[in-house]
Ligand binder design. Sequence first.
Ligand SMILES: C[S@@+](CC[C@H](N)C(=O)[O-])C[C@H]1O[C@@H](n2cnc3c(N)ncnc32)[C@H](O)[C@@H]1O
Length: 243
Amino acid sequence: MSDNLTLPKWEIIHGDALSLLRSYPAGSFDAIITDPPYASGGRTQAEKNKSTAQKYSSMGENAPPAFDGDAKDQRSFTSWCAEWLSECRRIAKPGAPLCVFIDWRQLPSLTDAIQWAGWIWRGTAVWDKGNSRPQKGRFRAQAEYIAWGSNGDMPISRPVPCLPGVFKYGNPQNRIHLTEKPLQLMRDIVRITEPGGRILDPFAGSGTTVLAAVQEGYSATGFEMSEEYTARAVERIEKELAP
Ligand SMILES: C[S@@+](CC[C@H](N)C(=O)[O-])C[C@H]1O[C@@H](n2cnc3c(N)ncnc32)[C@H](O)[C@@H]1O
């Protein structure tokens, strides 16, 4: 599996990330770039336990399908992240970059888990979404974050250009996933990977990272636990990449 030549240019595999990660040999991927369930969107456990469609969409019955894995409390979220991030590190090549999306509530837990799993935490880039609910007397929560790091040393001589630290893109229109990321944002982010590398997104959703990776000349593997979203991602990528 570590031999890029025997793998398809891209694939979305249906299943639980932790089980799938454990099935890969060490050193299989050149980068891990992902957007896990944040287990955020609520101050109390009762609020967290609501469906993701209720928490993250105002579209009512027209919202894209809800997804699983978003109701963990703080300790469970941190230890679960440490677990999958450890497996990601095991199957990442030495020096491979890691980029993980997160919101302000879960940023401290995630950066703890990144280091707990043995990654070097190198910084936090910003996704400026531009729009968000104005709140009188408060700052708008208009940003999400990309906590990033590397699997050990990351030589400055890597053939990768200078990258920005702030990315300004509005949420995509006509989303097919509740928390879909803008495609151009992901095309910018994947460029932290060395040219021609293979990227893993263990929480692929509608396949934005995988599609962005292929469009930028990489190969990519995505894992997705929801059968519906696996099907949506495959259909979307096939359509976008059709000649
Ligand atoms: C925040 S969304 C990713 C959205 C994606 N970035 C996009 O642009 O469409 C997280 C995804 O992880 C999936 N997921 C949750 N738990 C999972 C698990 N244990 N293994 C694999 N996928 C999981 C959810 O079904 C959801 O689609």
